[in-house]
Each structure stands twice: as C-alpha cells, then as structure tokens.
Design a protein around this ligand. Structure first.
Ligand code: UFG
Length: 346
C-alpha cells in the first residue's frame, strides 16, 4: 500500500536523489522533476537501479509556471512536496544575485500557489540551510532552532531566509498549507551502492568533493583555507552530516506532515549530528578511513567563511524520531567509493 504521492523537485540533484530513494523505500510514490541545470539524468538511472522500479519523472523548470503546473495536472494526487530545486553556489550568487532571486524565489512562489490553489491540504518540506544563522555567537553553540537568524552573507543565503519567511506568511494565509523547513548543516557522502552521489561541475567548492578529487589525482592538493582561526587546531569547524541520514529526515518530515494532524503548520528543524569537526580532523578521518594519501597545504582564509558552527539536533531527534548516526569514517568511505566509481578507479 502506497503512503501517498510525494513530488520531489530537484530529484536528480545530490540531496534530492538520495531522498527519492529513501521515500520509495519507505513506501511513498514519488514523482520527480528536474531541469538538469546542475545535475545529470544518470542520477535517475541510479535511483531506479537502487529501488528496482521506474521513477515517474518530468523534465521541467520549476521557475517556469506553465511548465511547473503540468506536474500537478498529471499527478493531481500529490499530497506533499519536497522542494530541493534551487541554485546553491554561494560565490556565484554574489556575482549573479538576480539569477538566485529569480530562480529560487520564483520556483517557491509557484510551488506554494500550485500546492494551495484548489484548496487541497498539501504539505511542503523546504530545503533550508544553517547559513540562516550566519556566524553564531559562541554561547549559542550548539545552535538550536530558536537562535537568532542573522543578516545573510550572500544572496544564496538570503534566498533561504526569504523563502522561510514567505512560507511562514503563506501558512498564515492558507489554512490548507503545512510546512516543515529543514536547516541542513554540511551534507556529505554518497549512497553505499555508489550508484548516486554528489556530482559537482568544474572545480569543487565544497570540502569533501575536493578531498575525493584530490585523492583520485584530479586535483594536485587540497588547500585548507585558514589555519589561524580561533579553534583548537586553527581550522574551521562544521557539522558534517551523512546525506543518507539527511534523506531519512525528509521521510520523517513528510510522515509528520501527512500523518500528525495536530502538529503546528509551520515547523523548523536543524539537521545535523550535533558534533563539530575541524577541517583538519575531517582530513585525518579521511586518510585513516580510506588509507589513501591526501596531499594538503595551508592557504589563506576564504572570504565569507564562518569560524565554527554545529547543530543542536535535539528537536529533530525528539519530534521527528530521527537521528544522524552513521560514523564519520563510514561516511567518508562512501564518498571515496563514489569518487572511484565515477573515475573508474579500482
Ligand atoms: N574548505 C577548505 N578547502 C576547500 C574547500 C573547503 O579548506 O577546498 C573548508 C572551508 O574553508 C570550510 C570547510 O572546508 O571551513 C567547509 O567548506 P564547504 O565549502 O564544504 O562548506 P561551507 O560550510 O562553507 O558551506 C556549506 C554549503 C553552503 C551553505 C553553507 C552554510 O556548501 O551551501 O554550508 O553554512 F551555504
């Protein structure tokens, strides 16, 4: 028996593909949409191989209302959506803010309109980010959902803050709408099958893809941005969460929206492990877990980096009944397995 139909926007993307797998494994019918602007149709094949069934899918751009409306016409049984489709490069957003406002906000506005226009009660799980907290005050660490939202440091971050505010206002206005905003910390790793994973275009901006590409010999060395921060080893601290654990939190959020009738109609959850790791600690875990040599050097600080942030995930643990439990060495081995698969390394 199906638990209902879930629309996944950005289903071919990194977190979208892993979440689609977990939704199907949990008994949901999924329809995926993606315009492949920053993803590959190969991911859909990977999803189908893992789950052993065809994935209903429409190639379309969510920031084009007429295109986006077609998925609701073809699948009127959509009970909830998970909205991943968005541009996500922090640096690019500084150079091209309009691209980010147009794409990320337009697609959200259309999703809300299409989800509510016929008065049906549809849920939206929104892909937000810990970037909304900015640089947390040290007394707020680990950071919980009621910590202050700080002015965004990039247009990308601003779209996440604005999207949360838009959703909050719309929940007030439309009684049929229920929303859960999930604030991710740093998602890493790949599905254990190595059939889906992160696929950055060009030079990776994020730490783990840069590490795995360096280990694969594609990059000469990892440059660790800054070793003079006020942290125990001088490198920045983040909360790295396994993408499959993160994906399962989305299933728990959809379960809550569809099954818990008296829950608040707008809720926010931090999704992290609750443990901070420094860049150097992560590098050492990678070397230890994989046995692979990883050349690295120290480089100047990267503009805009925050010093340290990690989650207090107690609310998600308690209310969603979810916990990120995969050991970091297993997570890093999964990232390496995926990189080897992509590069054809034995
Ligand atoms: N880092 C390096 N070398 C690299 C890449 C990264 O030292 O080649 C360091 C960064 O300086 C940072 C840490 O590794 O200290 C993590 O960097 P990432 O780019 O992997 O992740 P960020 O925490 O900077 O960014 C992530 C998401 C963003 C999101 C942000 C919210 O990628 O989309 O978290 O805080 F906005």
């Amino acid at each position: 028996m199906s638990k209902g139909r879930v629309l996944v926007t950005g289903a071919a993307g990194y977190i979208g593909s892993h979440t689609t797998v977990e939704l199907i494994n949990a008994g949901y019918d999924v329809v995926g949409v993606d315009n492949f602007s920053n993803s590959s149709p190969d991911m859909l094949k990977g999803i189908e191989q893992i789950t052993g069934r065809p994935l209903p899918f429409m190639e379309l751009d969510c920031s084009d209302r007429d295109q986006f409306a077609k998925v609701f016409e073809r699948y009127p049984d959509i009970a909830a959506s998970i909205h991943f489709a968005a541009c996500k490069a922090v640096g690019e957003s500084v150079q091209q803010p309009l691209k980010y406002f147009e794409n990320n906000l337009r697609s959200l506005l259309y999703l809300i309109e299409l989800s509510t226009r016929d008065g049906h009660g549809r849920g939206i799980v929104f892909s937000s980010s810990c970037t909304v907290y900015g640089e947390p005050d040290p007394e707020n660490l680990p950071i919980s959902e009621n910590a202050p939202v700080k002015p965004a440091t990039s247009p990308y971050g601003r779209t996440k803050q604005m999207s949360e505010e838009i959703l909050h206002d719309c929940v007030t206005a439309y009684p049929s709408l229920k929303v859960i905003a999930l604030r991710y910390f740093n998602p890493i790793g790949a599905h254990p099958s190595a059939l889906i994973g992160e696929m950055p275009l060009g030079v990776p901006q994020n730490l783990v893809p840069y590490i795995t590409q360096t280990a694969a010999g594609i990059r000469k060395e990892l440059r660790i941005f800054g070793n003079d921060y006020p942290t125990p080893d001088g490198t920045c601290i983040r909360d790295y969460i396994y993408v499959c654990d993160l994906a399962k939190a989305h299933v728990a959020a959809v379960d809550r929206i569809l099954q818990v009738k008296d829950s608040d109609r707008y809720e926010i959850f931090n999704l992290g492990t609750g443990t901070g790791l420094s860049v150097l600690e992560l590098v050492n875990h990678f070397i230890q877990a994989t046995g692979v040599n990883l050349p690295y050097s120290y480089a100047p600080r990267r503009a805009g980096d925050i010093v340290k942030v990690w989650a207090n995930p107690e609310k998600a643990n308690k209310v969603l009944g979810w916990k990120a439990g995969t050991p970091i060495d297993d997570v890093l081995r999964s990232a390496w397995k995926w990189e080897k698969k992509v590069r054809g390394i034995q």
